[in-house]
Design a protein around this ligand. Structure first.
Ligand code: TRP
Length: 451
């Protein structure tokens, strides 16, 4: 039930910096550290980086601007925003898909963030002399294999996420991001310095940066790059539409979008430059899949001088980054439910956080009691992550591109993005209308073997 934009009274970001930090906080997350490092490792290091940068510039940036512009223009939650496409337009359904999809992402995101939280406390106690395990692999496997412990941490993480979102846009989300983002920046810089000064650390940098050209012939590398770009910027699930809707007209979007994409990519590369050198310096192999952060690195921390402190900083960084992203995912359904059902923010956030907890249970148990379940050859969490990031997010991006590129009149779209009259406007619209949809479709189809 869309109502006229001027009759909606909405919370707004207090400052432009607050908005940029919140959006950066949403972008910078487990995706930049945990996910980026193993996806890059599995897909040819530097070669992957080239495909990744291409995906960021040609697809990520135009779509980020489109999502923010759409949200700010509609001043509503994602369901409302897409309902504005018109009563009979099928794109309207996408609003609901985004609400459910954001919740689904958070459901497994929070499971991994729960693991992070557990390790954070382990290294914290290690500083006070508690022994850290001598066998990181065995320890991690027995931890995630346990039915209860990971569920408890998943719950604790969601309670933290809930508490921030319940605090509101300004007092919760914006405040936390203003506090945490500068700290995250400092921590990652400290870790890069530590990694690069390890003996043999340059091999790691070389692994991340030197391209293996043969990998560029593999279609799967492009799908991985596309999925990673979507996941890392946080596109395709209405997060940026929702954050954009708390912006007033006075803010200019294109520079903000550029700053966000650049900051997000820089952060991922820094995380890679912190992680790979450490892995190489200790003679380990980087292609460890999703377990890189939880097995390989604890191994490194156990051997290196000052490892407990480095481990603490690493897991503090992961935790902070995960929290600022998780709140953005929770905000999507919360914004919808408060408006649609007239619930208070507190009630909406409580209900949805509980639902998301339940939704995450199979992903968590997938390493223990449900370990025998395989979907397309992957465990539950991995299968949900892959299908979301490689299929649902790109399809979401396709819908956004169609909505902004084709459904909105070109003038209104350019105006919504603060590009009207400028030379960038035809470039942006051209990308959204042709390049983004074609590339997304081509990559999706080639990976199911259709082209
Ligand atoms: N971008 C975050 C990360 O890199 C995760 C995230 C936040 C996300 N919002 C999103 C992923 C929306 C997909 C869609 O960890």
């Amino acid at each position: 039930m869309p109502s006229a934009p001027e009759t909606r009274s909405r919370e707004q970001w207090a400052t432009r910096t607050g908005f940029i930090l919140a959006t950066l906080g949403s972008a910078i997350g487990l995706g930049n550290i945990w996910r980026f490092s193993y996806v890059a490792g599995e897909n040819g290091g530097g070669a992957f980086l080239i495909a990744y940068c291409g995906a960021l510039v040609l697809i990520g940036l135009p779509l980020l601007l489109a999502e923010l512009a759409l949200g700010r223009r509609a001043q509503g939650d994602v369901v409302q925003t897409f309902a504005d496409a018109g009563p009979r337009n099928p794109l309207g359904i996408y609003g609901y898909v985004a609400v459910v999809g954001a919740g689904l992402i958070l459901s497994y995101y929070s499971v991994v963030a729960g693991w992070v939280l557990r390790y954070f406390f382990e290294y914290l106690f290690a500083l006070f002399g508690a022994p850290t395990g001598a066998d990181p692999a065995g320890q991690f496997v027995s931890f995630i294999g346990d039915p209860w412990q990971p569920l408890a941490w998943h719950f604790v993480f969601l309670v933290g996420t809930f508490a921030i979102v319940a605090g509101g846009v300004r007092r919760g989300i914006e405040k936390l991001n203003r506090l945490l983002l500068p700290l995250l920046g400092l921590m990652v810089i400290g870790l890069v310095a530590r990694g690069m000064t390890l003996p043999g650390g340059m091999d790691g940098a070389r692994f991340l940066l030197a391209p293996d050209w043969r990998m560029l012939g593999e279609p799967s590398v492009y799908l991985a790059a596309l999925g990673q770009a979507f996941f890392s910027i946080g596109l395709g699930m209405g997060v940026l539409v929702t954050y954009g809707s708390y912006l007033g007209r006075a803010h200019r979007l294109p520079t903000a979008a550029l700053a966000i994409v650049a900051g997000d990519a820089a952060f991922a590369i820094c995380a890679g430059l912190a992680i790979f050198p450490a892995v190489f310096a200790f003679g380990l192999v980087p292609e460890q899949g999703p377990l890189l952060a939880f097995i390989t690195l604890p191994h490194v921390f156990a051997t290196m001088p000052g490892g407990a402190l480095t481990g603490l900083v690493f897991f503090a960084l992961l935790f902070g980054a995960a929290l600022t992203s998780a709140i953005s995912l929770l905000e999507v359904p919360v914004a919808y439910v408060t408006r649609r059902f007239g619930l208070s923010r507190l009630r909406a956030a409580t209900t949805i956080a509980l639902l998301i907890f339940a939704l995450g249970v199979p992903s968590s148990l997938g390493f223990g009691p449900l370990a025998h379940i395989e979907i397309l050859g992957r465990g539950i969490l991995d299968a949900v992550d892959q299908s979301v990031s490689s299929v649902a997010l790109p399809l979401g991006g396709l819908v956004v591109a169609i909505m902004v590129g084709w459904v909105l009149p070109g003038d209104s779209a350019a105006e919504a993005a603060d590009l009207k009259g400028g030379y960038l406007s035809p470039i942006w619209l051209g990308l959204l209308r042709y390049i983004v949809p074609l590339l997304i479709l081509a990559i999706l189809l080639s990976n199911i073997g259709l082209i």
